[in-house]
Design a protein. Sequence first.
Lengths: 347, 303
Amino acid sequence: MTKRLTILIAAVAAVLLAATAAGAKSTDTTITGAGSTFVQPLVAAWTPAIGKAFGYTVQYSGVGSGAGIAAITANQVDFGASDAPLNEAQQSACPDCIQIPWALSATAVAYNVPGAPAHLNLDGNTISKIFLGTISNWNDPAIAALNKGANLPDLKITPVFRSDGSGTSYNFTDYLSSVNANWKTKIGTSTQPAFPAGQGAKGSSGVAGLITRTNGSIGYVDVAYALKNHIKFAAVRNKAGKFLFPSLRRIEAAALAFTTLPANNELHIVNPPKSAVFAYPVSTYTYVIVHKKSAHAAELRKMIFWALTQGQGSQFAAKLTFAKLSTNKKVLVAAEKTLKQIQATGN
Amino acid sequence: MDPNAISLKATGRGRRRLLANRVAEGSAVLAAVLAIAVLAVVIWSVGSRGIGAINLDFFIKGPSSDFFGGKGGIAPALVGSLMLVGVATLIALPMGVLTAIFVSEFAPVQVSQQIRLWLDVLNGFPSIVIGIFVFTLAVKTKVPILGIGHHQSAIAGGFALAVIMLPLVARSTMEVLRLVPNQLREASYALGVSKWQTVIRVVLPTSFGGILTGTTLAIARAAGETAPLLFTCAIAGQIVDWNPTHSVQSIPLTILNDSESADPALHQQAWAAAFVLILFVLVTSLTARLLLEHSRKKLGLQQ
């Protein structure tokens, strides 16, 4: 009996070691990624299609833009995804990292106010004051002034924000900093701003969930999550004076309003100028971050090129309120050019 | 009634002592009942919240890739947990049993006392510290020969769980080896069998049931550990993956992520996953108990 047992244990150990060795040395077509929850639904939609097209298995984990940047810096994953471009500190921590814009969408200002009008207007200054805590009730005259004739209830406002390092937070605070000087000096633009009022939740789905559960709450979340959870979102006033809901056309208008592109692909398309009459002011690109020298360079180039071209098709992008990257041809060309910088290592 | 009959009812001091007895007995019974009741309440509340999500799809499908609908399952997490526990057992079981054999058969008394002490310390170690240790060892850097490293993997996660399982396996095996009667060993030596052969052919088979008990209890603990997996095996895709050099999903982390999501269907899945985990722990604990009874009977120590 012990002889059989020893043979059995030896066989199992051998099989395990063989599997490990095979897995470690073979050309693995599993591509791992981590980061933004903003782009997670789109990557999830891409995954089966990429599997069919190339045979790659994409394993993506929505841990937040901040954690995604940390993961790619530490080489824990093949690609990172972030809605916030790399700042100076992050770029110097990862000198080999390049960022490529690969999707375009917007942040909705979602709210849960029973008894509120179906069409709620808000502008940047009011939103800043709400998140700073100076406007604390829904029947405040500042909100009433934007919504003439609406019957706003006497209900405390609970701001909901992202507690983790979030590219959506970056986009939202980027917008508030550009419309409100007070916000810019007090809080500024960051992936993890020090919000003075309200409650935090983890991930886009966490914020969406908290808003649905809290009466009187207001928060910022990717449009797709607001739609999925049937949360109402506000019409935000742009520089041209129009109150607009986020939609594909309006996101495209925001993207087209900015024509200059820096070398590191860092794009800010919030608060477009007056000339972009129908632009939604809280739009953003989202980036894929990869190392210039990567073990899966060829696979990454193929995958990202697919994402930049076929991945923008309506069955993937439009359904989730992601506008086509090709809207602004300059951005698409720059993205493809940056893509060529990815080379294989001997690793 | 006979007026001269002696009443057996207690009076005065005797009565107070009887009352004190009854109160103490009552509190002890109440405490025992509450302790079991807590377990019953936990199982019932988790089960009642999660039962709605349990169907065949729950066990064989992964999460739905359609953002706007479609219920999925936790198949990747089930497979991942199975792999993690499998790797952990493969590492911890031989090491634990060999350690116990060393302590009970070969080591001098002071050495075995020290080993027992330090194994107990390891048992009480915070699991998150173990996770960080394995992260630095097998995730942050590359491990030679095995080739894992630079990314999370099921082997790293399994290794972290093995560190947690090791003291449990070793200690319970030590206790069982102690129970093996010395007459068996002496009889074996008298027949001219070497020490190592005695251990393998006489002592181990006798205590096999007890070793299995310890292992199943350790497996039950390892299956539910979350903190060590946070660093070693957390960033994983939503597909069923049998490759141990990849990072895989696991049940405790799925419970964590699903419970934080906005989707109430995922909340229910989190409850259902928790229920599956509880059932697994229950079944393995009960199996361990039955195995222990069986091995005790074999050794002739009826309890």
